[in-house]
Design a protein around this ligand. Structure first.
Ligand code: KIV
Length: 272
């Protein structure tokens, strides 16, 4: 975190989400930060929002990511309901994540209302990545996944949130789904790096959900996502070819079979 926190205004911080050991292993060499995001509820589990994600799910996926990550900083999302009740509950749950996952820190959503909790965690040794702007865990209150900060009042409130989280000691903050001028104002106003998602290049770094970036998750295609591959189409095509081969008796072929230890002739197709 020291390294991420020291990257303000420097080379852009590269971050992606990871939920599994396999993905973490594939991404580790190219990213500075891997986020075990609670977006896994929607991306992996098909939920409508992140609200139903549990602490146990985050811990299990955090442990998987730690098995694949080598050098990237690994941060685990605290899920909805695990930190809002009180700063003591937040500490208890965040400490459980830190102990059971062995990650570098936790992320939690919220602004001024969470500042006291953020500082409580940090004073007790838990590095915190903040998250302001569009807050997916609060979609039920905020009227859906719409871009924030179009009105002056809303922009001023989000700026105040960002300042409060930085003052509370967060080492960096995710700025999600805000208009570019607000992302610029926040990045200028806070002394810690901002990591944007749908928040323009004005931020000190960028994060995307890996499955969006790689074209694997196609339920929604937000405007801010750039697709660098079409893995979903690739997997569907591979599954179609496999199905054809199995149905036509072309798979498995001789090269996929184990030799007969007694050296008997291999049965030909059609032999009983
Ligand atoms: O849960 C998540 O993946 C996130 C990112 C979108 C920043 O919070």
């Amino acid at each position: 975190m020291v390294e991420i926190g020291a990257r303000k205004g420097g080379e852009p911080i590269v971050s992606l989400t990871a939920y599994t050991a396999l993905t973490a292993k594939l991404l580790d060499q190219d990213v500075d930060l891997l986020l075990v995001g609670d977006s896994l509820g929607m991306v992996l589990y098909g939920m409508d929002s992140t609200v139903g994600v549990t602490l146990e799910m985050m811990i299990a996926h955090g442990q998987a990511v730690m098995r694949g990550a080598r050098t990237a900083c690994v941060i685990v999302d605290l899920p909805f309901g695990s930190y809002q009740e009180s700063r003591e509950a937040a500490f208890r749950n965040a400490a459980r994540v830190m102990k059971e996952v062995g990650c570098d820190g936790v992320k939690l959503e919220g602004g001024r209302e969470m500042a006291d909790t953020v500082s409580y965690l940090i004073r007790r040794g838990i590095p915190v990545l903040g998250h302001v702007g569009l807050l997916p865990q609060s979609v039920n209150m905020l009227g859906g996944f719409r871009v924030r900060g179009r009105s002056k009042t809303e922009a001023d409130q989000i700026l105040a949130d960002a300042k409060a989280i930085a003052a509370a000691g967060a080492f960096a903050m995710v700025v999600e789904g805000v208009v570019e001028p607000l992302a610029r104002r926040i990045t200028k106003a806070v002394s810690v790096p901002t990591i944007g998602i749908g928040a323009s290049p004005a931020c000190d770094g960028q994060i995307l959900v890996t499955e969006d970036m790689a074209g694997l998750f196609s339920d929604y295609r937000p405007r801010f996502v750039k697709r660098y591959a079409e893995l979903g189409k690739g997997i569907a095509k591979a599954a179609g070819l496999y199905a054809e081969d199995v149905r036509a008796g072309r798979f498995p072929g001789p090269e996929h079979c184990f030799a007969d230890p007694a050296g008997k002739k291999k049965p030909k197709k059609g032999d009983k």
